[in-house]
Design a protein around this ligand. Structure first.
Ligand SMILES: O=c1ccn([C@@H]2O[C@H](COP(=O)(O)OP(=O)(O)O[C@H]3O[C@H](CO)[C@@H](O)[C@H](O)[C@H]3O)[C@@H](O)[C@H]2O)c(=O)[nH]1
Length: 154
């Protein structure tokens, strides 16, 4: 399958890209490198001994996302591209809400347009609030204590 991995140069994203390549999938990475380096993309290709396609873009860039879906016939999306620092989200709540919510909307809108029905969103444990640990995915979402948790819940 052709998988679009947003935030694919990041910590979890880069490991996911390697696993996808090793499982025989084609990987297209969209990452603005705000918290990663282009060298990581090279390392992904070195480790997996396969090529990836890399777009250095903001996932909020609707036009380029549309081009990616159209050109690569995307079968599935794994969405890791997000701002994730709790403290910073308290200082810059609007940046967090705009970036993390708009990027998800741009991707899901493109999924609807191009009939892509496989979508994995990397959320955050903060959406489970004060639930008892260990958290499991079927738990109720509880009020969060910071904008990062808030926009992950949305
Ligand atoms: O607007 C943005 C913000 C970040 N990134 C990139 O996204 C990647 C995020 O990776 P990283 O910062 O290393 O985070 P991870 O530890 O891999 O966190 C992942 O896992 C978190 C917990 O599940 C999620 O909240 C995050 O969205 C998801 O990226 C990085 O390469 C960033 O450059 C973008 O492309 N666009």
């Amino acid at each position: 399958m052709n998988i679009l991995v947003t935030g694919g140069a990041g910590y979890i994203g880069s490991h996911t890209c390697i696993a996808l390549l090793e499982a025989g999938h084609s990987v297209i990475i969209a990452d603005n490198l705000s918290n990663s380096k282009s060298e990581t993309v090279m390392k992904i290709m070195d480790i997996a001994d396969k090529e990836v396609t890399f777009y250095e873009i903001d996932v909020t860039d609707e036009e380029t996302i549309d081009i990616i879906y159209r050109n690569y016939r995307i079968d599935g999306v794994i969405h890791f591209a997000g701002l994730k620092a709790v403290g910073e989200s308290v200082e810059k709540p609007l940046d967090y809400y705009y970036n993390n919510i708009v990027s998800t909307m741009v991707l899901t809108k493109a999924c609807e347009k191009y009939n892509v029905n496989k979508f994995v969103f990397s959320s955050s444990a903060t959406v489970y609030g004060d639930n008892k640990v260990p958290f499991i995915e079927t738990m109720d979402l509880l009020p969060t204590t910071n904008p990062y948790g808030g926009n992950s819940g949305v």
